[in-house]
Every structure is written in structure tokens, then in C-alpha cells.
Write a protein that binds this ligand. Structure first.
Ligand code: FES
Length: 87
């Protein structure tokens, strides 16, 4: 049996999704079917989670113009997340 925490709403690239307090951004997005978190700087190919433990940086997204690892950042109610821009 899965016991869920409080249900929350967050945004990713302007779309609103349901999440659960305390889960990572990566887990919340994967659960709703979003796997494209950024584009590779050179090839422009879609990137998403790989290691899911904060090592590879493949899951980087932007929150308030700061780049954060989606797998190591908790989702919260009203959080606005953007697909990471290339640097
Ligand atoms: S998936 Fe590797 S750092 Fe997040």
C-alpha cells in the first residue's frame, strides 16, 4: 500500500501538474510522463534523468533562474519550474 503525502500543484514550462509534498521534482515529473528536462548544449537533443542520485547533472531544470538538479530538489506547492536553457 502506498501512503501519499499532501497533494500539491506545481508548474513545469507553464503546464500545471499534481504532485505530492516531499517527492523530488524528477519523480513528480516522471509520474506524470514528463521526461524531457533540458536539451543538450551541442546536439540540442532531449535530456532527462539518468543517475537519479545527483551525480550526472542530466536532470538540471531552472527555478527562479537558478539551475537545480531535479532528482535532488523537492517539489512544493506553487513551484514554477522551467526546462533548463542551454549554457
Ligand atoms: S539524474 Fe543525475 S543528477 Fe539528477
Amino acid at each position: 500500500m502506498i501512503v501519499r503525502t499532501e497533494e500539491i500543484l506545481f508548474e513545469f514550462d507553464g503546464e500545471t501538474y499534481n504532485g505530492f509534498a516531499g517527492e523530488s521534482i524528477a519523480a513528480a515529473l516522471l509520474r506524470v510522463g514528463v521526461t524531457h528536462l533540458r536539451d543538450a548544449p551541442n546536439s540540442q537533443t532531449p535530456r532527462g534523468m539518468f543517475c537519479v542520485m545527483g551525480v550526472c547533472q542530466e536532470c538540471v531544470v531552472e527555478i527562479n533562474q537558478r539551475r537545480v538538479e531535479a532528482c535532488r530538489t523537492k517539489v512544493s506547492n506553487g513551484l514554477k519550474i522551467k526546462r533548463a536553457s542551454n549554457v
